[in-house]
Design a binder for this molecule. Structure first.
Ligand code: GLY
Ligand code: MN
Ligand code: MN
Length: 435
């Protein structure tokens, strides 16, 4: 399949589940950062998943008729505008967009208000991302009201509003080959960025200097943005889970935790590595590091169809709880530490998340109250950690040690594939690279 055929196929799968209904899927708005300066534009993930179209001011409308398989894929987008294109660059315009992106019809975005009531007439339901954006909720309600206002001419208005995310989240959870190709490439770029950052790390440097090596590598290899704000956290900063200040000076004898991944063509990668600033783990650092690494391996071993997402977390917890007891951080048995949740003083997050277009990707973790089973084509992170803040009842040699190890994993029919395996991870690999 060509890239465009993948998008068309996804729209068909969606439409097959929504007879006699209309889906209205707008892309994200441009956002002002401060006067006249915009944030770099990022399309809406659902919209891009269904279209591959990356311009702002665009809306996909999928009209599923009551006859099975009768579908209209309609794009509303910006008109060609030579004057604006001189300032802001190329725009497809409806005609070219229709041809290039495989739509049945395409119109100027200016026609949306005029055409939508007609498209909604006599349809049973509207699919929208209800509650995501009150402006869109209001516009859609307005169009429905317009149809209702024409009832004496014999048309009926949709009586139901459904959420297209329910359909699309399930689809997005299972990646197709074209998505996996992009995700593998995104993972490779992030691996290279982490390798470069490790090699560039030295005592006295600032965290932002190491961050610059990551961003440089992302850009140089064609990934124009990080998938999320990079965490470059030396020493005790690693114990702040969402640390993004990245402005402290690195100290010999400390660890450096880097959680960073690029976005490539709309897909995220998400890698964490933790390593010594001076290239050599201290004995206490090595103990904690090996523990987290064992917990990660135990979790990765659970990644296979039929196991649940929670099985990974439980496998990591077993290993971590035993380690916390061995280190004198927790007291009692593994069962009692898990039962009392005393481990949460040192490990307070879960062991991973779905990964895809969004770094914390779409998809439910439970179905009918039960942890859902893994299936081939799902992609997720496995990222246990251990964060030890200074405290009276904690041996001093562990203070300010924060370790997380995170890889991106694809569920395969017979187990798993580690997309980020090439990022150095064992003590030996890390110490050798940093020599
Ligand atoms: N970097 C975001 C996360 O690891 O979940
Ligand atoms: Mn993650
Ligand atoms: Mn991460």
């Amino acid at each position: 399949m060509t890239d465009i055929e993948h998008y068309v196929a996804r729209r068909k799968v969606m439409a097959a589940q929504m007879q006699n209904s209309v889906a209205i899927v707008p892309t994200a708005p441009e956002r002002l950062r401060n006067r006249d300066a915009h944030y770099p534009y990022r399309f809406d993930s659902y919209f891009y998943y269904l279209t591959g179209f990356n311009e702002p001011e665009a809306v996909l409308v999928v009209v599923a008729e009551s006859e099975k398989d009768a579908v209209r894929h309609i794009l509303f987008c910006r008109d060609k505008d030579i004057e604006r294109e001189i300032w802001d660059g190329f725009r497809y315009g409806p005609d070219l967009a229709r041809e290039k992106f495989g739509f049945d019809e395409a119109y100027s975005i200016a026609k949306l208000d005029e055409m939508l009531p007609g498209l909604l007439a006599d349809k049973g339901a509207v699919y929208s991302a209800t509650g995501h954006d009150p402006v869109w909720d209001g516009r859609i309600a307005g169009w429905i009201n317009q149809v209702r206002g024409q009832s004496r001419s014999g048309v009926t208005a949709p009586t139901e509003i459904r959420d297209y995310r329910t359909l699309l989240d399930e689809m997005r959870l299972i990646k197709d080959e074209s998505e996996l190709q992009i995700m593998r490439r995104a993972a490779d770029i992030s691996v290279q960025a982490h390798r470069r950052a490790m090699q560039a790390t030295q005592p006295e440097k600032y965290e932002y200097e190491v961050e610059a090596e990551l961003l440089y590598t992302f850009h140089r290899l064609g990934a124009r943005a990080p998938a999320y704000s990079s965490i470059v956290a030396g020493g005790g900063n690693a114990c702040v889970l969402h640390y993004i200040e990245n402005n402290a000076q690195l100290k010999s004898g400390d660890l450096l935790l880097i959680d960073a991944g690029c976005e490539l063509d709309g897909y995220a990668s998400d890698i964490t590595r933790t390593f010594p600033v001076n290239g050599q783990f201290s004995p206490a650092q090595k103990d904690v590091y090996q523990l987290v690494l064992s917990a990660q391996q135990a979790a990765i071993d659970k990644v296979r169809p039929g196991n649940t997402w929670n099985d990974l977390h439980q496998a990591a917890l077993q290993v971590l709880a035993q380690g916390f007891i061995d280190f004198g951080l927790c007291q009692g048995s593994v069962d009692s530490v898990l039962e009392s949740e005393d481990y949460k003083r040192f490990y307070m997050h879960r062991t991973g998340h779905w990964l895809g277009m969004d770094v914390h990707d779409a998809g439910e973790y439970k179905q009918q109250g039960q942890w859902r089973e893994l299936r081939p084509g799902m992609t997720l992170t496995v990222e246990p950690g251990c964060y030890i803040r200074p405290a009276e009842n904690v041996p001093k040699h562990f203070w300010d040690i924060g370790v997380r190890i995170e890889d991106d994993v694809l569920v395969k029919p017979d187990g798993s594939e580690l997309l980020t395996i090439a990022a150095p991870k064992t003590v030996k690999e890390i110490e050798e690279l940093m020599q």
